[in-house]
Design a protein around this ligand. Structure first.
Ligand SMILES: O=C1O[C@H](COP(=O)(O)O)[C@@H](O)[C@H](O)[C@H]1O
Length: 245
């Protein structure tokens, strides 16, 4: 199935970032619980960013009533900033602080950090091996924040990472958004997801959302155009982010 054969994106608009975060957190907990009830260990792709952090905090708040077995869910990162393991810039550090440590998640697959790998290339290669060895062929739910420039994960407009087709993860240098060195999953890997959820809030991202969902446009200009779920693609927006649709 090519990306074009996949179901058309759904758009869910919430009043503000707070209601958006609560809605996505509730939906995520339901998806995980349903997968586990069906005897499946779900693979969940996490993203960094502002709205992701709010969602993660809502997951922690709502976790107790969810029935989720946190030892039976695998967490992954769509991208990571190549900084030291304890740096607050790291997506994994932020996600751990917001919910993973609090709920007691045990199967968290992090990208090697700058004090654990010699360079971003080695970290990308190591993460590719981990995904190949311990992943289940794709994410059940992949969450992606979107930058004002239309980037997803660490796939930035016009950057060489957009063209990598022979790897699961790749190194990124000279990122337009700091920090400059990063590791990102490639389109090849992101595109193996059953459900892709774009998470976007704020009017600074309204243009990027409109470009991503327009009939015409290129992935090189707006990388968010380059990923669709095999079974579902949903854009979770607040009013501000949806204001140019
Ligand atoms: O650098 C990154 O930025 C994006 C979006 O972040 P935001 O603060 O504009 O919401 C995020 O999706 C990505 O994972 C992260 O590394």
């Amino acid at each position: 199935m090519t990306t074009d054969d996949r179901p058309a994106p759904l758009i869910e608009v919430h009043t503000d970032p707070e209601t958006l975060a609560t809605a996505v957190a509730g939906e995520l907990l339901n998806r995980i619980a349903d997968a586990q009830a069906a005897g499946h260990v779900p693979d969940i792709g996490l993203t960094g960013g502002t709205i992701a952090d709010a969602i993660h905090r809502e997951v922690a708040r709502m976790a107790a009533d969810s029935g989720v077995d946190w030892g039976a869910v695998r967490f992954w990162f769509g991208d990571e900033r190549f900084v030291d393991a304890d740096s607050p810039d790291r997506n994994a550090v932020q996600a751990r602080a917001a919910f993973l440590d609090e709920v007691g998640a045990t199967r968290v697959h992090e990208v090697p950090a700058a004090d654990q790998a010699p360079d971003a290339e080695s970290a990308a290669s190591s993460y590719s091996s981990t995904v190949r060895a311990e992943g289940n062929g794709g994410f059940d739910v992949l969450m992606l924040g979107v930058g004002p420039d239309g980037h997803i994960a660490s796939l930035f407009p016009g950057h060489p990472g957009l063209d990598v087709t022979d790897a699961i993860a790749t190194a990124v240098h000279d990122s337009p958004k700091p920090p400059p060195d990063r590791v990102t999953l490639t389109f090849e890997a992101l595109d193996r997801s059953q459900a892709v959820w774009f998470l976007v809030s704020g009017d600074a991202k309204a243009d990027a959302v409109a470009r991503a969902l327009a009939d015409d446009g290129t992935i090189a200009e707006t990388p968010a155009r380059g990923v669709k779920g095999r079974a579902e693609t949903t854009w979770f927006l607040d009013h501000a982010a949806a204001s140019k649709l």
